[in-house]
Design a binder for this molecule. Structure first.
Ligand SMILES: NC(=O)c1ccc[n+]([C@@H]2O[C@H](COP(=O)([O-])OP(=O)(O)OC[C@H]3O[C@@H](n4cnc5c(N)ncnc54)[C@H](O)[C@@H]3O)[C@@H](O)[C@H]2O)c1
Length: 436
């Protein structure tokens, strides 16, 4: 099997190594928009491209592995299938059912395999757990799957994971597919019964809780959390009606970061090869899971529409500021939320920069002033900041701690650099913080 790999980011090395270990497999070409990423492989003689259409046209691959940001999976997969090349696509197969269906139709039309790389289904602790389950699924009273991590510890140089357009959402579309596929492996097809999306920051959920039920009536709960301080928990707990509790910790015995992926990605390639050999066009649970994730977003957003986690918080300007700077050199702290007591005073700093990752530098700033909080609250990324006349100043992008513990600089992402002058505010004017 001659493999091409499209997208040489954080996950690609696990595929590159798996191809090397897989019998009768060769790396026949690589592609990344960024030629610095293809260069080391090109130097070793691997044909390298910056446009996947050129890789496909070169006719050097029997299959491609798609390790692109989520929104780019569909077009690349369809182009590959139409070029007569089998596709092993990272999860999620696509960001929505419409795209996933177009991909499946292309596989059907061309007779080429379209496969979704759900790596957790090959984890040895999950396969052991599946073996240990009673054949009679009515003996299972509950399955709980947890996927808890700090997303910032998992992303590569690009920030597409935190961009709803390119990621398709937050933790639900990122970790939901693997968690749902694991549930599918254990108890079969699932129906969604409830979704709660919370800890919303800049429009994307950092926490999602899903309730589902299998065709045999087994209740399944999926808990996804992107907001852990550090570390990760990826496990499954199965409770049986007789009181027995079975647990599989996906990371047990894999102490180095992401080291379980080695055997899981070997599993992906072995399975992919057998699907290609059997000339199967289907993408397994890939499409079903895109549908479940989509349904969960629809349900979760509907619920969230009439559930608020806090009321708008009133603050008053106690000191105005009038200056701007193009090179202020503030630093985005690691915190996504800050608890603030009644009476605390903090500084409001607007920026046209787009800081996303802790440590990001914030240079272009406009100073609005210091506000006193009239009530205790929790300020979170994505909160809207509005003046008394309902004018939107921007949304909270995070915090800079250069004056802490005296006060935080609350960084407000805006389309212009606001000052007390340009906002036309006076001392004691109101500023409100409200969740979106
Ligand atoms: N990182 C992980 O731990 C992990 C785990 C499981 C699955 N995945 C999935 O793998 C996929 C890739 O994730 P990642 O973390 O490696 O992302 P990444 O941002 O680290 O890598 C993506 C790469 O694709 C390149 N790229 C973007 N658009 C391109 C285009 N049009 N043509 C060619 N190259 C292009 C980028 O330059 C980048 O090198 C995602 O679907 C993700 O959900 C990632």
């Amino acid at each position: 099997m001659r493999y091409g790999i499209i997208g040489l980011g954080a996950i690609a090395p696990f595929f590159l190594e798996a191809v090397e270990r897989c019998p009768d497999s060769t790396l026949a070409g690589v592609c990344d928009l960024d030629s610095a990423k293809t260069e080391p492989l090109a130097k070793q003689g691997t044909p390298a491209f910056t446009d996947y259409r050129d890789l496909l046209a070169a006719g050097v691959c029997d299959a491609v592995i798609i390790t692109l940001p989520n929104h780019a999976h569909a077009e690349a997969a369809i182009a590959a299938l139409e070029a007569g090349v089998a596709v092993c696509c990272e999860k999620p197969l696509a960001v929505g059912s419409a795209e996933a269906n177009r991909m499946a139709a292309a596989a059907e039309r061309t007779g080429m395999t379209l496969f979704t790389a759900f790596h957790r289904r090959y984890n040895r602790h999950l396969t052991d757990l599946r073996e240990a389950l009673p054949e009679d699924r009515s003996q299972i009273s509950q399955v709980t799957i947890r996927y808890h991590e700090n997303i910032l510890e998992h992303i590569g140089g690009d920030r597409w994971y935190l961009d709803a357009e390119r990621c398709g959402g937050g933790c639900l579309i990122d970790n939901g597919p693997n968690a749902l596929d694991m549930a599918h492996v254990l108890v079969g097809s699932l129906t969604l019964t409830g979704t709660r999306l919370s800890d919303i920051r800049s429009g994307i959920e950092y926490v999602a809780e899903l309730d589902l039920v299998s065709a045999d009536g087994v209740p399944v709960r999926v808990e996804l959390d992107w907001a852990l301080t550090t570390g990760e928990t990826k496990d499954v707990v199965v409770q049986l009606v007789d009181g027995t509790v079975l647990r599989a910790d996906m990371l047990e015995g894999f102490t180095a970061f992401k080291s379980s992926l080695r055997h899981e990605y070997d599993g992906i390639l072995a399975d992919f090869r057998s699907q290609v050999a059997a000339q199967r066009a289907s993408c397994g649970t890939g499409i079903e899971i895109v549908g479940l994730v989509e349904e969960a977003y629809a349900l979760g957003r509907k619920e969230a529409g009439h559930r608020r986690s806090k009321l708008p918080t009133l603050t008053r300007l106690v000191r105005l500021l009038f200056h701007t700077s193009e090179s202020r050199g503030m630093t985005l702290s690691e915190w996504g939320t800050r608890c603030i007591s009644k009476g605390e005073i903090h500084e409001l700093v607007t920026t046209t920069d787009r800081p996303r990752t802790p440590g990001d530098r914030i240079d272009a700033v406009g100073f609005l002033g210091f506000v006193e909080f009239q009530e205790g609250t929790v300020i979170a990324l994505g909160d809207e900041v509005k003046l008394a006349d309902d004018r939107l100043i921007g949304t909270v992008a995070g915090f800079d701690e250069c004056h802490f513990p005296n006060h935080y600089n609350i960084i407000i992402e805006s389309d212009r650099l606001w000052t007390a002058d340009s906002a036309g505010v006076e001392p004691l004017d109101e500023v409100r913080f409200a969740e979106l």
